[in-house]
Design a protein around this ligand. Structure first.
Ligand SMILES: NC(=O)c1ccc[n+]([C@@H]2O[C@H](COP(=O)([O-])OP(=O)(O)OC[C@H]3O[C@@H](n4cnc5c(N)ncnc54)[C@H](O)[C@@H]3O)[C@@H](O)[C@H]2O)c1
Length: 275
């Protein structure tokens, strides 16, 4: 019997096999979870997104795969309705979604447009409130439901290049705390993983991403970059009863990068040898 035997929930944010959401889903599936998925709505004649995500989730026995744009309240309500019709109650929700218009993400924050800011905040932070709110409204949350979202250290401190998304992550982490406080009395836990830099579709839009990975590997206590599987396994733990006493937390899974106040001595000696 797995940790998730008899547990049912939804995973939002699988784009391909590199997605953090996919790694978490694989771990949940291995532990016996029943999972429904969403994909970005397709725009052309061909169901490109549906096919791409379907190829991944069909083989693990996905309970449903339906389109959802988090900017659309009807889409969100339909996903929760589908989950209720399929599962009854929802035991877990993975929210692994972020987006900012490239022109607003790659420049300095002071140059980002009003609409770009609104759109990035709506998709990357507000959507967590919207999904949790829709589930609460439809009385879909089980008595010990666990909600997990994904953040990054650029929401706590300045990471050059992360810019607008850092502001979104600060808001997202605050949403986690307010949601945890408001949903806690109903038994629902809300937490975030602050993951180190991983190469995915989302991160390819972040300026200086290669430098972020290089800095992470040279400065973090473990002196390496993260494997997505390490986020997947922690995600599974944070959705499981193993973490039943924890809510409102942002847990760093970043090879320890966040604890460093200054670069380590070996990094500094490499720099001075090079100059
Ligand atoms: N990759 C990293 O380095 C890293 C590090 C820390 C945190 N994160 C966070 O992890 C989460 C997942 O990102 P990822 O790196 O796995 O990339 P990804 O591109 O695989 O996942 C992002 C997902 O967001 C979805 N999405 C975007 N706009 C949407 C919308 N309007 N409606 C519905 N879904 C939408 C995309 O379809 C995609 O599935 C994001 O919140 C990201 O900020 C990523």
């Amino acid at each position: 019997m797995g940790l998730f035997t008899g547990k049912k929930g939804i995973v939002l944010g699988v784009a391909n096999d590199r997605s953090i959401a996919w790694s978490i889903a694989e771990h949940l599936h291995r532990e016996g979870a029943e999972i429904g998925f969403t994909h970005l709505p397709d725009t052309g004649d061909r169901p490109k997104n549906q096919n791409k995500v379907g190829k991944l989730v069909d083989p693990i026995g996905s309970k449903f795969l339906i389109p959802m744009d988090v900017c659309n309240d009807e889409h969100i309500a339909a996903v929760i309705e589908k989950a209720v019709a399929t599962f009854g109650k929802i035991d877990f929700i993975v929210h692994s979604i972020a987006f900012a218009p490239p022109a607003d993400l790659t420049g300095p924050t002071y140059a980002c447009s009003r609409n770009g800011f609104k759109s990035a905040m709506e998709i990357s932070a507000y959507s967590l409130l919207a999904v949790a709110g829709a589930a609460k409204k439809q009385d879909a949350l089980s008595q010990d439901c666990s909600i997990l979202t994904l953040s990054y250290f650029g929401g706590e401190e300045v990471i050059p290049g992360y810019n607008l998304m850092g502001i979104c992550k600060a808001a997202l982490e605050c949403c986690v705390r307010y949601l945890a406080s408001e949903l806690g009395p109903y038994g629902t836990r809300v937490n975030a993983i602050s993951a180190g830099p991983l190469r995915t579709v989302s991160s390819s839009g972040v300026g200086d991403f290669d430098k972020m990975q290089m800095v992470n590997a040279t400065i973090s206590p473990l002196r390496r970059n993260l494997d997505v599987d390490e986020v997947g396994s922690m995600g599974m733990v944070m959705l499981s009863k193993l973490s039943s006493g924890m809510t409102g937390e942002v847990v760093h899974v970043d090879c320890g990068f966040n604890i460093m106040g200054a670069p380590p001595a070996d990094f500094l000696s490499k720099i001075s040898a090079a100059t």
